[in-house]
Design a protein around this ligand. Structure first.
Ligand code: NAP
Ligand code: G4F
Length: 329
């Protein structure tokens, strides 16, 4: 019998890479996605074909009774909770909505598991945003949380709810505390993709300027395809636990700009302007992860570094607008 996985947020960046990984491993996959007035399954459409055991269901983390019904029907061996309102900036504009999906959504799913009495393993998509105003550098599993946004606060709730269900109900629940991870499938409003897409459009003559906010924040950026492997590894262990997943390298947004524009022989300063509307009411200044535990226990390590990530994203967006990427040196 193939293992069965249930994925929330299946049509998001990580959901699409995780689905590819689990299909390669022979899993039967069930994912929920939300009804939308325009198509929203572009990241996984290429995977919907007869030879793949992939079923998409309408569902929402805010609809507990339908989650319970689905879990009862599917009886998944593994559940990956990737669904969330995942944009930090948006969480300041819509804090209540963010809390309802990103915080309470976790509780709804945990309750659906508990009440349906299924035997399963649970992965919670926790975040380095929980470290917020970082209490130590680098951040590891024992670093205290100090979230700086409604999103970060919601993720802290989801983290502790998962720990609580592990302790109270002996649920196999693991938190992946993932640092920023990006890819050509990254949403277009996150800073890395916003930069690489704008760069390609500027190069193609489709756009003149790129408007950004704070260029001084530092992030530990990795490649999403590497990071979904860590999620899967966490649910293959003998016992549930919490793991930081990161590259151990940190860079400013400015350095990302220099690397991306420099790669195609352009000077970012000619194109980038600061627009205060992209500044956040409270910022996370420095994220840098120490993933020694994941390396030791899971045997996980990243395969793409900062420079490699920037280049693969720029290459993909140049192709998207019909341009040829620079020749490999
Ligand atoms: P993403 O591309 O924004 O995907 C989020 C997914 O969640 C989308 O499929 C979205 O569906 C879905 N969703 C939103 N609200 C939902 C709800 N109420 N019920 C069901 N699904 C809902 O995010 P990602 O980058 O793949 O990240 C995956 C998860 O990891 C998220 O929980 C994120 O917060 C967390 N995380 C991400 C990073 C990172 O750097 N990427 C780092 C740490 C943690 P729609 O298309 O309908 O909106
Ligand atoms: O790309 P960002 O929006 O990512 P952020 O806020 O770090 O959050 C991402 O990573 C988290 C993990 O740490 C995830 F949990 C979360 O779901 C999400 O995937 O912004 C990165 C930095 C920030 O400091 C922001 O202020 O870039 C700065 N920035 C500067 N100009 C901008 C912009 N961010 C965005 N989105 N847009 C700008 O124009």
């Amino acid at each position: 019998m193939p293992k069965k996985a249930f994925i929330t947020g299946i049509n998001g960046q990580d959901g699409s890479y995780l689905t590819e990984l689990l299909l390669e491993k022979g899993y039967e996959i069930h994912g929920i996605f939300r009804r939308s007035s325009v198509p929203n399954t572009q990241r996984i459409d290429h995977l919907v074909k007869p030879e793949n055991k992939l079923t998409l269901h309408f569902g929402d983390l805010q609809d507990t009774s339908s989650l319970m019904q689905l879990l009862n029907d599917v009886q998944p061996d593994e559940i990956y909770n990737l669904g969330a309102q995942s944009e930090v900036g948006v969480s300041f504009a819509n804090p209540q909505y963010t809390a309802e999906s990103t915080a309470l959504g976790v509780l709804n799913l945990l309750e659906a598991i508990r009440q349906s009495k299924i035997r399963t393993r649970f992965y919670q998509a926790s975040s380095s945003e929980m470290f917020g105003m970082a209490q130590e550098v680098p951040q590891k599993e024992t670093t205290p949380f100090h979230p700086r946004s409604p999103y970060g606060v919601s993720k802290v709730f989801g983290y502790w709810m998962s720990v609580n269900y592990r302790e109270a109900y002996k649920l196999f629940a693991s938190n992946g505390i993932l640092f920023n991870h990006e890819s050509p499938r990254r949403g277009e409003t996150f800073v890395t993709r916003k930069i690489t897409l704008a760069l390609a459009r500027i190069k193609a003559g489709l756009q003149d300027k790129l408007y950004l906010g704070n260029l001084n924040a530092k992030r530990d950026w990795g490649y999403a395809k590497d990071y979904v492997e860590a999620m899967w590894l966490m649910l293959q262990q003998d016992k549930p636990d919490d793991f930081v997943v990161s590259t151990g390298e940190t860079h400013t947004i400015r350095e990302f700009l220099e690397e991306a524009f420099g790669y195609v022989g352009m000077d970012y300063q000619k194109y980038v302007e600061i627009d205060p509307k992209f500044m956040r009411p409270a910022e996370v200044d420095l994220l840098l992860g120490d993933c020694s535990k994941a390396k030791k226990v899971l045997g996980w390590k990243h395969s793409v570094d900062f420079k490699g990530l920037v280049r693969l994203m720029v290459d993909a967006d140049l192709k998207l607008v019909g341009l040829t990427p620079p020749a490999k040196k």
